[in-house]
Design a protein around this ligand. Structure first.
Ligand SMILES: CC(=O)SCCNC(=O)CCNC(=O)[C@H](O)C(C)(C)COP(=O)(O)OP(=O)(O)OC[C@H]1O[C@@H](n2cnc3c(N)ncnc32)[C@H](O)[C@@H]1OP(=O)(O)O
Ligand SMILES: CC(C)C(=O)C(=O)O
Length: 553
């Protein structure tokens, strides 16, 4: 491939020289998250949202607790304009939520933008212009001075229209689009110019939003660029430093996180990373990454599946099953050692919570392979462990226990996992808990066989058992049911030694397991019955029948 056609980032943009401090910092609080699903996300859809879908998305964002929401590009389409009017006139915007409206630096578009927010109590007007050399030269046909003048003129017009709308508390945002590919001194010159022009103050700060419109570099370079701006922006306490990473290199989340370390206070992105090309940075991942570090994300993800379904319906795009925190499979393990660790971890978590005397949902979380407790985002533990040919005894035993109340003895787990392995290898598919139970019953609880059926009665001198073997009836007596059965089998000419037996109560009765030596071969059997004693005899009988059937084969 002709890799020589592409240039490294440091040849495409000047990276500011700084003594960086961001690598030593930690993120200790959530930034202001600003979802741009209704604008940047929407403009990337094959079928942009209609009013109904926009309203659903808006309501979701409000319900999740976002306080600043970019609601559209009102001059781009009738739908966008009408939706902003709908917000302005319907009273659906809560008092603590500020809508953001987006506009290019063109007089007519700016005017239409202001027309859309008439009557809103508050709004942010977000002005943008691309500032990087390639865009200046190829797209806009402007040199630095020309472009600066164009931006300034647009910003003055924005300020004038805001002054003429006293009923609306307008704040200003500026985005030097493709900031990450723009000379640092030029961005600084433009941004500082606007800070002065808009007369930013701590009680009416301006937002400078510095996008990685198209990612071209490793996230550390973006962090350097952000730290440089953080240190050099004028009236720093009157400026909100915002970032807007895209995901062209698959490092949008890393860019945003390093940018926060470097001084970013506000992050624009989309739920589940919708947006142009590879998407905007994913706010779900960012916020829950903080959550997983013990930091309040300031957004509610307690029912992530409802959020995901709403986003899928509004965008008409699916969320990948592996998507961090929200994908269908992200709390699921198929592989044996992972399942074993999770199963042990969950049991340990329950015990630790009980020892502390707190509910499991309040106890510190440290379950292997699960970065957060699925229950915190509304997921159940049911789908955490799923079985296929990659699975092992721990996971299989876990599913039988959780779904069917079967607590298999340790030694039987290993043997049964080979049965399951055989079946899943042959089918190439997953085995559901119901299928596992069927496999277990078929393998260890076979009712049919050379010995049929056993009757068991208790008398003054112990237990009495009757078996039929090859058409002959034989009886035995013993101190316990299994001993009585063994005696009956011996009488029938079948030598049985019960090596181990155990069991537990189960729904509607009891389940018993027996390890028997039959004709020299150790073999497992299991039985279930409303009556525990009968369950034990059934387990022995099943073991015997398995052994005899095997010998006959
Ligand atoms: C990185 C981002 O996400 S930026 C946002 C991108 N979003 C969108 O484009 C979605 C909505 N856009 C639209 O509906 C339309 O593009 C409109 C209404 C804004 C403009 O439509 P049109 O007037 O038909 O222009 P068109 O779409 O072809 O855009 C190109 C023009 O915009 C100019 N332009 C691009 N960015 C800007 C800017 N920030 N300020 C002013 N003009 C700009 C280009 O130079 C070009 O002008 P030219 O025709 O004189 O060469
Ligand atoms: C103009 C900004 C905010 C943007 O959408 C981008 O750069 O991607």
């Amino acid at each position: 491939m002709p890799h020589h056609r592409y240039r490294p980032a440091h040849e495409r943009v000047e990276i500011p020289e700084i003594r960086r401090t961001w690598p030593g910092r930690r993120i200790e609080r959530a930034p202001l998250w600003v979802p741009v699903d209704l604008r940047d996300g929407n403009q990337a859809l094959a079928e942009p949202m209609d009013t109904l879908r926009k309203r659903r998305m808006f309501d979701l964002l409000v319900a999740m607790g976002f306080k600043e929401i970019e609601v559209g590009y009102p001059s781009s389409s009738r739908t966008d304009f009408d939706f902003v009017r709908h917000l302005a006139t319907s009273g659906v915007v809560p008092d603590d939520v500020t809508p953001v409206v987006f506009t290019a630096a063109r007089r007519d578009l700016i005017e239409q933008t202001f027309a859309s927010i008439q009557g809103m109590p508050r709004a942010v007007v977000h002005l943008y212009t691309a500032t990087a050399p390639v865009w200046r030269d190829v797209v806009l046909g402007q040199d630095r001075a020309g472009l600066h003048a164009l931006i300034r003129e647009a910003a003055e017009h924005v300020a004038r229209l805001a002054d003429a709308m006293p009923g609306t508390a307008v704040r200003f945002e500026f985005s030097p689009e493709v900031f990450n590919c723009t000379e640092p001194d030029f961005v600084l010159e433009v941004c500082n110019g606007l800070t002065r022009l808009w007369d930013a103050s701590p009680d009416r700060p301006v937002i400078h939003n510095l996008p990685a419109t198209v990612e071209i570099a490793t996230p550390n370079l973006y962090a350097d660029q952000i730290e440089y701006m953080h240190r050099h922006l004028e009236r720093r306490d009157a400026v909100i430093l915002s970032v807007h990473p895209h995901n062209d290199r698959g490092t949008g989340v890393a860019c945003a996180e390093l940018a926060m370390l470097a001084g970013a206070q506000r992050v624009e992105g989309c739920l589940f990373g919708n947006g142009e090309r590879t998407g905007n940075v994913d706010l779900v991942t960012l916020a829950l990454n903080l959550y997983a570090q013990g930091v309040d994300p300031m957004v509610d993800f307690s029912d992530i599946d409802v959020i995901r379904r709403t986003v899928e319906e509004c965008n008409r795009l699916p969320v990948h099953v592996r998507h961090p925190y929200g994908g269908d499979l992200v709390y699921t393990a198929f592989s044996g050692t992972h399942q074993d660790a999770i199963s042990k971890g969950l049991a340990h978590h329950e015990r630790a919570a009980a020892e502390r005397g707190v509910p499991a949902g309040e106890a510190p979380w440290s379950v292997p392979y699960l970065p957060i407790d699925p229950a915190d985002v509304g997921r159940t533990y049911e789908a955490v462990i799923r079985v296929n040919s990659q699975s092992g005894k721990g996971g299989i035993a876990h599913l039988l226990q959780v779904h069917h109340g079967l607590d298999l003895p340790k030694a039987l787990r290993a043997e049964f996992s080979r049965v399951v392995q055989d079946a899943t290898d042959r089918s190439g598919r997953e085995a559901t808990p119901r299928e596992l139970l069927r496999l277990f019953r078929e393998a260890y609880m076979a009712e049919d066989g050379p010995v049929t059926p056993a009757s068991l009665t208790a008398g003054g001198d112990g237990f009495h058992c009757l078996v039929r073997h090859d058409g002959r009836e034989s009886r035995g007596t013993g101190a316990d049911p299994a001993a009585a059965l063994a005696a009956a089998l011996t009488a029938a000419g079948v030598a049985v030694e019960v090596l181990w037996q155990g069991g537990h109560p189960a729904e509607g009765g009891a389940v018993a397991y027996a390890r028997c030596r039959v004709g020299g071969t150790p073999v497992w059997g299991a039985g279930e019955d409303a009556d525990a004693a009968t369950a034990y005899t059934r387990a022995v009988l099943a073991a015997v029948n398995r052994a005899l059937a095997g010998q006959r084969r």
